[in-house]
Design a protein around this ligand. Structure first.
Ligand SMILES: C[S@@+](CC[C@H](N)C(=O)[O-])C[C@H]1O[C@@H](n2cnc3c(N)ncnc32)[C@H](O)[C@@H]1O
Length: 280
C-alpha cells in the first residue's frame, strides 16, 4: 500500500456567475432549485457540436443535502462547509493528496467533465484540455469554485448539476473526473450510470475515492459504527462505501487501480483507491 506525500494547489476563468446559482438554490427555494435550466441565463448552456459537450435542459433534480440529517446539518453543509472545506482537508492535501491529484487529474484529456468539483482543488492540474466543465450542485461550493476559476489560468465553466442527472448528451466527454465525490452523492449508482452515459466510446473515468476497509477488518467495523456521525460532520460522506464495486456495476472496467493511505486524515477515510475506468 502506497503512502501519500505532498504537492501543490489552485486555479481560471468562468462563464457562470455562481451568485445566480446561490440565489436559485437557497434552502428556502425547494421546488425547482438546482434546476439545470437556470444556467441558461448565465451562459453555461453553450455549445452544441461533437467536440463541445451539449448542456441539455432536464427536469428538476433534488438538492444534494435535502432532507439528509435535518436543519442543523443542512445549514452546516450549505453555509459552513464551503468556507471550511479547504482547511478541513489541508493536512491530508499536504501529506499526499495534492500529489495524487496531480498524478490522476493530470491525465485528463479532450472534453473533460469534473463531477462535484467542490472548491476547485483539482483545477490547477488540468492542462491542454479541449474543454473543461466543472459541475457542482451545491451553491456555496459553486460560488467558491467560480471564484477560484476566475483567479486561475485554466479556462472552464461551472455548471450547477448533480451527478445523478447530468444535463449533457450521451457521449459528450472524453474524460470524467471524480475525486472524493461518489461517497457524497445521494445516489452513487445513478451517478455512475450517468458517468458512463456521458462518456464517449473509449472515454475514461479518472477517480480518487476513499473506500470501505477490508472485509472483516477492525477498520470496516469502525466505519460501520461511525457512519452516521461522520456523515453528519463530513458533508454527507459515506465512509463505508465500496465504490470500486459500484464502478464495476455501472458497466465501467477499472484498468489501473492504486491503493494508498490518506495520511493526515482520520482512519475512517482510509484506504484511498485511485485510477482509471473505461466504458465497456
Ligand atoms: C468531499 S467533496 C469533494 C470536492 C472535490 N471533488 C475535491 O476533490 O475536493 C464532495 C463534493 O460533492 C458535491 N456533491 C454532493 N452531492 C452531489 C451530487 N449529487 N452530485 C454531484 N456532486 C455532489 C459536494 O457539493 C462537494 O462539492
Amino acid at each position: 500500500m502506497a503512502e501519500l506525500s505532498t504537492a501543490a494547489e489552485t486555479t481560471a476563468n468562468s462563464c457562470c456567475a455562481p451568485e445566480a446559482q446561490a440565489a436559485c438554490c437557497e434552502p428556502s427555494a425547494k421546488a425547482g432549485c438546482c434546476d439545470p435550466t437556470h444556467d441558461q441565463g448565465c451562459g453555461c448552456a453553450a455549445s452544441r457540436t461533437r467536440s463541445t459537450p451539449t448542456l441539455k435542459r432536464s427536469g428538476t433534480v433534488p438538492c444534494v443535502s435535502e432532507g439528509r440529517f435535518g436543519r442543523v446539518t443542512r445549514a452546516w453543509d450549505r453555509r459552513c462547509m464551503p468556507l471550511v472545506y479547504d482547511g478541513f482537508l489541508l493536512l491530508g492535501e499536504l501529506r499526499g493528496l495534492r500529489r495524487l491529484r496531480g498524478e490522476v487529474v493530470g491525465q485528463a484529456q479532450g472534453r473533460v467533465l469534473e463531477l462535484g468539483a467542490g472548491t476547485g482543488l483539482n483545477m490547477k492540474y488540468y492542462s491542454g484540455v479541449e474543454r473543461l466543465v466543472l459541475s457542482e450542485p451545491e451553491p456555496g461550493m459553486a460560488k467558491r469554485l467560480g471564484q477560484r476559476l476566475k483567479r486561475s489560468a485554466v479556462s472552464g465553466e461551472v455548471v450547477s448539476a448533480p451527478a445523478e442527472q447530468l444535463p449533457f448528451d450521451d457521449g459528450s466527454f472524453d474524460t470524467v473526473v471524480a475525486t472524493l465525490v461518489f461517497c457524497t452523492v445521494s445516489d452513487p449508482h445513478a451517478a455512475l450510470q450517468e458517468t458512463r452515459r456521458v462518456l464517449a466510446p473509449g472515454g475514461r473515468l479518472l477517480f480518487i475515492e476513499h473506500v470501505r476497509g477490508d472485509a472483516g477488518s477492525r477498520r470496516e467495523r469502525w466505519q460501520d459504527r461511525f457512519y452516521r456521525p461522520w456523515r453528519a460532520l463530513a458533508y454527507g460522506c459515506r465512509c463505508n462505501q465500496s465504490t470500486l464495486e459500484l464502478i464495476g456495476e455501472a458497466g465501467l472496467r477499472t484498468t489501473e487501480v492504486g491503493t494508498a493511505r490518506w495520511r493526515g486524515m482520520p482512519p475512517l477515510v482510509h484506504p484511498i483507491v485511485y485510477g482509471k475506468a473505461e466504458t465497456i
